[in-house]
Structures are given as structure tokens and as C-alpha cells.
Design a protein around this ligand. Structure first.
Ligand code: PTJ
Length: 262
């Protein structure tokens, strides 16, 4: 295996490091080749938004966390890319919110399910659903392997966190009456457009922020969390993120550089 050493002073150090992590994940059979394509698409949008968390994304994080804390059966759905990028954070967020963790794959094989569960157990997960026989229920009208879910997890969940998701499943989960929270760097994707709460940010920045807000908001009365959700408007948040993309592209077109407002 070729080991790539990225110099710390490389201007794109963090981005390259994440890329290597995804590639390593693919070599180990955790990430699928299609996951590399998905990551590249994410990188492109991250580049445009300046690889930082913008206020509308932070607002969406707050609403997503409130939804999780108010939920009766919250579930975090984990795929190959997510398992490689933020395994520790997934486990910590599940501990803080009482959410179950479920492996749910587009390209499902028993081997990948087990490898992903293993990573999560290594990072402290107490239980990982959706592996082998446990994925015995099905989401109606969905034809990809993602239709297979755990009867103790996604099937009965009222709120589901589906980061880096494909559009079909988000729509199917919405039709089942579930609240869908997602992280997706592409504000134009079907998942971003169809979810109830869309965090347009890189999952490696969004998850630590979700953990921070989970710590903070779980101390608050229910009424305060309900208010956060009542005042939340996903269309407005998505619109604000798209305006940020437009403004930054406008700056680049006019001045030849992105103007970093910090
Ligand atoms: O592990 P599996 O078998 O479940 O397959 C996982 C992939 C990601 C291959 C599968 O779900 C897929 O094909 O997804 P899509 O339809 O390519 O959607 C992934 C979305 O995630 C795209 O809109 C990307 O822009 C976005 N994305 C990629 N990397 C990141 C991201 N969003 C936030 N943070 C990232 N690091």
C-alpha cells in the first residue's frame, strides 16, 4: 500500500488528509468506489463555501439537535463514508441524545455491514443495529438495498439523521412520516431539498458542532427546544446557503479571488 505523507504546511492539508482517509477506507473495503465520487463532489462544494461553517448551517445544526433531543426514537444512519470520517463523533452524539446507531448502506454487503459496525464498536458504540438478520424490515417503495432496515431502528424511528444520503431514501423516509435531518455539502441535492433540516456543511465540521449543541441544549427545558423547531424554516436556510455560494462566486468573478470575511 502506498503511504502518502502530506506536509503539514500544505495549504490544503486538511482537505488532503480527509481524502487520504476516504481512500484508506476504500482499500479496507469500508468505503465503496462510488464513495470517492461522492467525496469529490463534497470537496467541490466545500471549496466554494470556503471550507467553513456558515451561520445558516449552525442554525440548522441547532434545529437538528433540538429535533433529536425531543424525539421518542431518534436513529443515526451510518454509511461507509460517515463511518470513516466521523466514527467517534457519531458514538458521542448518540450517547448525548440517546439515539440508536444503525448501519444503512446503498451498496449493501454483509462484509461491509460488519466492518462498519466494527469501526463503531471500536469507537465505543454499545449497540449497532442494521447488521445481518437485524436488517429484516423494509422501507416501502424503495428499491435500493437501503430499503432494508432494523425493526428496532429506522423502521420505528420518528427522527432520523441521514448524512451523505441519496435522494430516494430521504423522500421515502419523509413519506413514512419521519423527520429527516441531513448533512450535505451540496445545497442543490435532492436530499438537501427534501429533508426537514439540512445542514450544508462538511460532516467533519458539522458533527463536533452537533456534539457541542447537544451538550448545551440537553440542559434546556423542552419548551425551549420546541421553540427552536417552531421558528426553523429549512427553505430559508437553504436559500441563505445558496446566496452564500452566489456571493462567493460573484466575488471570484469580479475580483479574481474569494474575499474571506473570516
Ligand atoms: O456506503 P454506502 O454504500 O451507503 O454508499 C455511500 C454513498 C455516499 C456512496 C452513497 O450514499 C451515494 O452515492 O451518495 P450520493 O448520492 O453521492 O450523495 C452524497 C452527498 O454527500 C453528495 O451530495 C455530496 O456532495 C455530499 N458529501 C460528500 N462528502 C461530504 C458530503 N457532505 C458533507 N460532508 C462531506 N464530507
Amino acid at each position: 500500500m502506498v503511504e502518502v505523507k502530506i506536509p503539514r504546511d500544505h495549504p490544503r492539508y486538511w482537505s488532503l488528509l480527509l481524502r487520504e482517509r476516504i481512500v484508506e477506507g476504500m482499500k479496507k473495503g469500508v468505503v465503496v468506489p462510488q464513495g470517492l465520487i461522492a467525496h469529490g463532489r463534497g470537496e467541490c462544494f466545500d471549496y466554494i463555501i470556503g471550507e467553513r461553517t456558515w451561520p445558516p448551517a449552525e442554525e440548522a445544526v441547532k434545529a437538528g439537535v433540538a429535533a433529536f433531543l425531543l424525539a421518542k426514537h431518534p436513529v443515526i444512519s451510518v454509511n461507509g463514508n460517515t463511518a470513516v470520517l466521523v466514527p467517534r463523533e457519531i458514538v458521542e452524539f448518540s450517547e448525548l441524545t440517546g439515539a440508536k446507531i444503525e448501519v444503512n448502506l446503498f451498496y449493501r454487503t454483509r462484509e461491509r455491514e460488519e466492518k462498519i459496525a466494527q469501526i463503531l464498536y471500536e469507537h465505543g458504540a454499545r449497540e449497532v443495529l442494521g447488521v445481518g438478520e437485524d436488517a429484516s424490515a423494509t422501507i416501502p417503495e424503495l428499491h435500493s438495498e437501503r430499503r432494508r432496515v432494523s425493526p428496532r431502528g429506522i423502521l420505528v424511528a420518528d427522527v432520523v439523521f441521514v448524512p451523505l444520503e441519496d435522494g430516494d431514501r430521504t423522500e421515502a423516509l419523509r413519506r413514512m412520516g419521519k423527520t429527516v435531518v441531513t448533512v450535505d455539502l451540496n445545497p442543490f441535492s435532492r436530499t438537501a431539498q427534501k429533508a426537514n433540516i439540512t445542514i450544508v456543511d462538511n460532516i467533519v465540521r458539522a458533527m463536533p458542532l452537533m456534539i457541542k449543541y447537544a451538550r448545551e441544549l440537553r440542559e434546556k427545558p423542552r419548551r425551549e427546544l420546541e421553540k427552536i423547531l417552531e421558528n426553523y424554516d429549512n427553505k430559508k436556510i437553504l436559500g441563505s446557503m445558496i446566496k452564500i455560494v452566489l456571493e462567493r462566486l460573484g466575488e471570484l468573478a469580479e475580483k479574481g479571488v474569494f474575499v474571506d470575511k473570516g
